[in-house]
Design a protein around this ligand. Structure first.
Ligand code: PLP
Length: 396
């Protein structure tokens, strides 16, 4: 899936839906509520109350001290104090989670070297290629669970050829499957990473959808505790997406948060990562920084809003998973989030077949991604059975 142009397919679907409202457009990762509204009223209010002078003048490359404190506190929340005991912590504004990922590959990767990614993944390939690096895949699943054995195998292979290994982990609400690591798998993952102490590991921890974790805002932050068990050859760089958490996709705001076990790692971030941002976009858009800073002062109230969205998504996910089971539609393991991935032996063909019946999904290498975030709960009803009927044996 690495290089599919999702935005292009989504545009076609959006055009078609304007002509025919009965079309199912489950292409893109944007959350719409059941009234088909994308904008969250509290966010809109914060936008309208922005100070125009502060917004129009140049901002700081790192987003400024207030943003840095706010983004660290938003993401790490109650785990911050614990993490501070082990790590020096940095924060930086970026244009979306995309910007954060791009900084990691450019600042920590070497041209010609490889980045470890799962076989099922979002389009990290674009950022990796633009840093003149290549991808190296590990298998995500074995028998419906995270394949730690293959992860270790692929790390072992890479560790022989390069000193530093960037490993991308997208959890929870994995894109495109909706998978979520169990506590047991987290523990296993930490053990695997700790074994490679002759190497330097950069854990690029992509938490784009973590604020939609069906377990809730506080529980979503539990894995940060596991990070305390990492040895000092592992540095964690957390990619936060305000696009998702605040439904401000086009505003382009995200953040990169570094957990540095050593002073050297901390200084490197402050110098080279900030320089890389300066060399790429100078500053992240002040509109997003302003909205985020304003909402950070109303965090508890905003979390209540977020809970409503997460609940809607959970209802949609539950319906789809249940109906998929009844219709014998084969899906990858789903625990929550924006997407469900349906098995397909011929995704390109199935994509075309579905389009003919007015259902727009995203074809990937071994499946079809359904953005349940973008369709209403009513549209979810019956969808699994329809898909099964159309793609048939390709799904077996
Ligand atoms: C897995 C994943 N990571 C990161 C992002 C980055 O999103 P943005 O750059 O809009 O914050 C996305 C967006 O779709 C995503 O699906």
């Amino acid at each position: 899936m690495g290089k599919i142009d999702i935005l292009k397919i989504a545009r076609i679907a959006q055009e078609q839906k304007k002509i025919n409202p009965s079309i199912i457009d489950a292409t893109i990762g944007m959350f719409y509520n059941d009234e088909r509204k994308l904008i969250i009223p509290m966010v809109e209010e914060a936008f309208h109350q922005l100070n125009v002078f502060e917004t129009f003048k140049y901002g700081a490359t790192d987003g400024g001290k207030i943003f840095e404190d706010n983004v660290i506190s938003w993401v790490l929340d109650e785990k911050l104090e614990l993490l501070k005991e082990k790590y020096l912590i940095t924060g930086l504004s970026t244009p979306g989670g995309s910007g954060a990922l791009s900084l990691i590959f450019n600042s920590y990767g070497k041209p010609g070297e490889k980045v470890l990614v799962s076989d099922l993944r979002w389009r990290y390939d674009y950022f990796i290629k633009s840093a003149k690096m290549d991808v190296h895949e590990h298998r995500l699943f074995l028998n419906g669970a995270f394949d730690l054995v293959d992860l270790e195998k692929q790390l072992t292979m890479l560790s022989k050829n390069q000193k530093r290994i960037i490993f991308v982990l997208n959890d929870p609400c994995h894109n495109p499957t909706g998978y979520q690591l169990t506590d047991f798998e987290w523990m296993g993952l930490i053990d695997v990473l700790n074994k490679f102490s002759q190497n330097e590991i950069i854990l690029a921890y992509d938490i784009a959808y973590f604020d939609y974790n069906p377990l809730g805002f506080k529980e979503a932050r539990k894995p940060f505790e596991y990070l305390l068990k990492l040895k000092s050859h592992v540095q964690v760089l957390i990619c936060f997406s305000a696009s998702k958490s605040f439904a401000i996709y086009g505003v382009r705001l995200g953040g990169l948060i570094g957990l540095h076990p050593t002073e050297e790692g901390y200084k490197y971030f402050k110098k080279f990562v900030v320089d890389d941002a300066l060399g790429k976009w100078s500053t992240a858009p002040s509109v997003g920084v302003g909205i985020f800073n304003a909402l950070s002062t109303k965090k508890d109230q905003y979390i209540e809003e977020l809970n409503k969205l997460t609940y809607t998504l959970k209802v949609r996910g539950d319906i789809f998973v249940e109906e998929a089971k009844n219709a014998q539609l084969n899906i990858y393991p789903y625990s929550g989030g924006f997407f469900v991935l349906v098995h397909s032996k011929d995704p390109e063909r199935d994509y075309e077949l579905l389009v003919q019946k007015g259902i727009y999904l995203i074809p990937m290498e071994t499946g079809l991604r359904i953005a349940i975030c973008g369709i209403t709960t009513n549209e979810v009803y019956g969808l699994a059975a329809k898909i099964k009927k159309i793609i048939g044996e390709s799904n077996d």
